[in-house]
Write a protein that binds this ligand. Structure first.
Ligand SMILES: NC(=O)c1ccc[n+]([C@@H]2O[C@H](COP(=O)([O-])OP(=O)(O)OC[C@H]3O[C@@H](n4cnc5c(N)ncnc54)[C@H](O)[C@@H]3O)[C@@H](O)[C@H]2O)c1
Length: 377
């Protein structure tokens, strides 16, 4: 039995489907409290895909994957996580439940509190619940590449070897995040480090890159199986926003100089690597991987989208707008992800072709795209 938290979410839904396919003899239990649906409504956002009720999407999923199950649960309650682990005795927990948006967390003190309380609280609840059940349950969890900030050296996979006064040690990379959300994930990484250190919990932490795209094959099999796709100022990611702007012929708005490079991964590869992390097992180590398949400049990404829109007869200029974020606009991010590719790869991501697919997708929903882009200041 394998538990997936955040199973109603963007990455979680695809991961739940892939786990059910990869382990057909095993029960896969998805957990969620639908907070993401509520938060998106609160910012007047919506999913571009028509995400049905959990009952409908589970009915569609179970037609071919009868081993998939779902239970609504709020993991903020310590007793909920405890009961879950005691009752189900899973061999692995894939933990994706979180408030995942930096702009949402940055709205006010209340939103920062909510984000840190939820993210850090539910991770702490889970590690205590795993410890309490007395089994070596493998915890596979996504944090974020945002933990690393923008250093002047290539980003290692989780740890740094440092020298002080002639002595050397390898230590966890410090939290250098630049938003309350990303720092909540740095604090989660500290929780994982401590839980491993004092209890030897087997942990695989994936530092997730900006995740884009859709699960097209499932979408073709049955539209109820598609995952959500958001494009509002709070829950949209840059790839989706540019593709929506490209499809409507609106200017592609690059924040500031846009000469910084950022890490990316498709939602299919993110899910696949989580499945492979479960399949690999973990004898009691704390493994950290940079879950990244591409590092691309933001301005370069805008030109890529511009080209895909032009190939479909749409002209859209690339414009620069004042940057609402505090960031190094020329950071030439370099990332080590050799461990990720070696242990959990290979992956077949093709950012250009996915951008083409997304522009086509938004072309069939230009009214919604305009409505969503209208939410940006
Ligand atoms: N999507 C990305 O670009 C990205 C990038 C880096 C890291 N991540 C991380 O990956 C994970 C999944 O991200 P996502 O984009 O799928 O987010 P998502 O919001 O779509 O999924 C998270 C799910 O967790 C659920 N949830 C929140 N609080 C809960 C609670 N108290 N109890 C039970 N369920 C709860 C939400 O309802 C949601 O369905 C998150 O941990 C996120 O921080 C995502």
């Amino acid at each position: 039995m394998i538990v997936v938290t955040g199973a109603d979410g963007y990455i979680g839904w695809v991961t739940a489907l892939r786990l059910a396919e990869a382990f057909p003899e095993e029960e896969i239990l998805g957990i969620d409290n639908f907070a993401r649906r509520r938060w998106v409504r609160r910012v007047n956002g919506f999913s571009f895909t028509d995400v049905p009720s959990i009952r409908a999407r589970m009915a569609a999923a179970r037609r071919k994957r009868p081993n998939l199950r779902f239970q609504a649960m709020d993991l903020r309650r310590p007793d909920a996580a405890e009961c879950l682990l005691q009752r189900e005795r899973p061999r692995a927990v894939v933990h994706l439940a979180a408030q995942p948006s930096a702009p949402f967390a940055s709205q006010s003190l209340r939103h920062a509190h909510l984000t840190c309380d939820i993210n850090n609280g539910i991770t702490r609840n889970l590690v205590f619940a795993i410890r309490g059940c007395g089994e070596p349950v493998h915890l596979v969890m996504t944090t974020t590449m945002g933990i690393y900030g923008a250093p002047n050296f290539p980003i290692p996979e989780g740890r740094l070897t440092v020298q002080v006064d002639g002595s050397e040690d390898t230590i966890p990379y410090p939290g250098m995040a630049t938003s309350w959300y990303h720092m909540s994930k740095a604090n989660d990484a500290n929780t994982l480090y401590l839980a491993h250190r004092i209890w030897r919990l087997p942990i695989t932490e994936l530092r997730t890159a900006i995740t884009y795209g859709l699960n097209w094959n499932d979408f073709q099999e049955d539209p109820s199986l598609v995952t959500r796709l958001d494009c509002d100022p709070y829950f949209g990611v840059v790839v989706h926003r540019f593709c929506a702007q490209g499809a409507t012929g609106a200017g592609l708005t690059v924040y500031g100089l846009g000469r910084l490079r950022k890490p990316f991964i498709s939602v299919e590869s993110a899910a696949l690597s989580l499945v492979r992390a479960v399949a690999a097992g973990n004898p009691g180590e704390y493994r950290i991987y940079n879950q990244v398949t591409d590092v691309v400049g933001i301005e370069e990404l805008a030109h890529l989208v511009q080209g895909e829109a032009a190939a479909r007869g749409i002209a859209c200029p690339v414009t620069h707008v004042p940057n609402p974020r505090v960031e190094n606009e020329t950071h030439p991010m370099r990332v080590h992800c050799e461990g990720f590719l070696r242990d959990l790869g290979p992956f077949s991501d093709d950012l250009r072709s996915e951008v083409g697919n997304l522009v086509e997708f938004f072309l069939s929903r230009t009214d919604r795209a305009r409505r969503s882009l209208g939410l940006f200041p």
